[in-house]
Design a binder for this molecule. Structure first.
Ligand code: SIN
Length: 523
């Protein structure tokens, strides 16, 4: 199959990019690939909202720029931070024009809320399920375009590069894709390929990311020798509901703390004052580390988030999903504290891109969480991720529209690209082994490469992941390729690069904390 543009991943980034490009270049044929149903993916789980300067009476671009730079521990790219924040409001207006609902106040202006690290109220939201509302609106909009087609239940296997064509163009020519239904592998050639595959949270045991967040884009990019950077900067969200609900970790949005919810240890004492002057609204990395320190000092398995001081009407109307989920496991946030722990949440690093989302491989773009733009530095400011997605998807689409006109490869060239060469062995107990290795990886990453690291732990993790890697290679070589093996191969590769890059870091910054270089007191 051939398409002008192949977009792999259909969260806010992939969908926004496709809509923009379809508007900008209506003659372009665009193909979207999603792992599950169009509705599924990381975006759907975003609760908080989008950080955008929209109340110009109180807020300024400068304040948001400074907040972003400070939260990122001064490691972000100031040029990138500046244009993302300045372009944010225009992109937000487009989302609204495309049908996205955001909460409004009595005066019908956008209802703004606050999250950690923000000096002003600037989070635009839809109750406590902003991501699901954005995803709904974008899916409806995408369906308006006849030149956009999509395939659900397909996973990226590998990018098609010079390695497959025998050419020397340093170029991407599409991808091999596997169906999760019948496991057929198809070749989709494309002039431009876009990775919008989201995060890697599944390499950890406790994560706010859904089951599909296995770093597929990063794994494929790594195998195609595309530059990956800053992978050690994994952000842990301070407050995930404890324990898991039906095997899944449920996020408790930071907006609850923005509205006044307090962190307490199990003796009922507020503790954030001991760790940071901004207390509950300190940047996320500091709150997450403080919670772990408090849990260790109190020898407790979790802490509490007390939202009982929030006005009941506003708690019920602004946070219906959280209230319902907590009530489903017997906790009523109106009257009782919510048990919470930190959980792996967001990859601040990723596939290196320029300011138009171009990677180091021609014809390959990366957008959203799988990319590294320089916006977040060493720690992402709350609700800046959806902002980054809408700004960079727009830029990538405009840049793609220009680039498409310049690509002169012939249809004969694309037809000559070989089909996937897989050897078809019969399946043994591959599913069982895959799951076992997946669980082993999650345990190593959580035990040795979590919020607090040491050189000793990182070296141990490096050795074990290397062994796991060879087991996965063996599994890959001796079984018919399956979606589960594809995911595991990506998870192990990403974990390996993450650990190697962690060992190269010699100072603590933002979310990266190694006790060997500790600047905060070690309990
Ligand atoms: C949250 O609602 O706390 C998560 C939002 C984000 O990750 O920025």
């Amino acid at each position: 199959m051939h398409t002008d543009v192949l977009v792999i991943g259909t969260g806010i980034s992939g969908l926004t990019y496709a809509i923009k490009l379809a508007e900008e270049a209506p003659e372009t044929n665009i193909t979207l690939i999603c792992k599950d149903k169009l509705e599924e993916g990381n975006t759907r789980y975003a609760q908080g909202g989008i950080a955008v300067v929209s109340n110009f009476k109180k807020d300024t671009f400068e304040k948001h720029i400074e907040d972003t730079y400070a939260a990122g521990d001064k490691a972000g790219d100031r040029g990138v931070i500046e244009f993302v924040i300045k372009e944010g409001n225009d992109r937000l207006q487009e989302l609204i024009e495309w049908g996205t609902q955001f909460d409004r106040n009595n005066k019908k202006t956008l209802d703004l809320t606050k999250e950690g690290g923000h000096s002003e109220k600037r989070i635009v939201h839809y109750k406590d399920h902003s991501g699901a509302e954005i995803q709904r609106a974008l899916i409806e909009k995408v369906k308006d375009f006849e030149n956009i087609q999509y395939f659900e239940n397909h996973i990226l296997v590998d990018l098609i590069t010079d390695h497959h064509t025998g050419s020397k163009n340093n170029r991407c020519y599409g991808a091999y894709i596997i169906s999760t239904v019948d496991e057929e592998i198809i070749k989709i050639t494309a002039k431009i390929t876009v990775l919008s595959t989201g995060g890697v949270g599944q390499i950890y045991a406790f994560t706010t990311n859904p089951f599909g967040a296995t770093g597929d884009g990063l794994g494929a990019a790594y195998r195609a020798k595309v530059k990956l950077e800053k992978l050690p900067f994994i952000q842990f969200h301070p407050t995930a509901l404890f324990p898991k609900v039906e095997g899944e970790t449920f996020l408790i949005t930071e907006a609850l703390r923005g509205e006044g919810a307090l962190l307490k240890n199990l003796s009922g004492e507020q503790f954030m004052g001991k760790y940071h002057p901004l207390k509950e609204l300190a940047p996320r990395d500091i709150v997450a580390r403080s919670i772990i320190r408090e849990m260790l000092s109190q020898q407790e398995s979790n802490v509490h988030l007390d939202a009982t001081g929030i006005d009941q009407t506003s708690l019920l109307s602004h946070f219906p999903t959280i209230v319902d989920t907590c009530r489903s496991i017997g906790i009523d946030p109106v009257t009782s504290s919510i048990p919470v722990v930190p959980a792996a949440h967001y990859s601040c690093g990723g596939i290196a891109v320029d300011e138009h989302s171009k990677t180091t491989l021609d014809g390959l773009f990366a957008i959203g969480e799988c990319s590294h733009t320089g916006l977040h530095g060493a720690n992402r400011l709350a609700s800046n991720s959806l902002l980054e997605s809408i700004v960079f998807s727009h830029r990538a689409a405009l840049s793609s529209a220009q680039e498409l006109n310049k690509i002169s490869l012939t249809s004969t060239f694309y037809t000559s690209i070989p089909d996937w060469k897989g050897q078809h062995f019969s399946k043994d107990n591959e599913q069982e082994i895959t799951l076992k290795l997946r669980e082993q990886l999650k345990k190593i990453m959580s035990d040795q490469v979590g919020i607090f690291k040491t050189n000793k732990g990182l070296l141990a993790a490096q050795n074990t992941i290397k062994e796991l890697y060879f087991e996965v290679v063996d599994l890959y070589n001796s079984n018919k390729l399956s979606p589960q093996i594809c995911e595991l191969r990506n998870m192990v590769s990403v974990a390996y690069v993450l650990v190697n890059q962690s060992l190269e870091l010699t100072e603590n910054k933002g979310v990266f904390y190694n006790h060997n270089y500790g600047k905060e007191a070690v309990l």
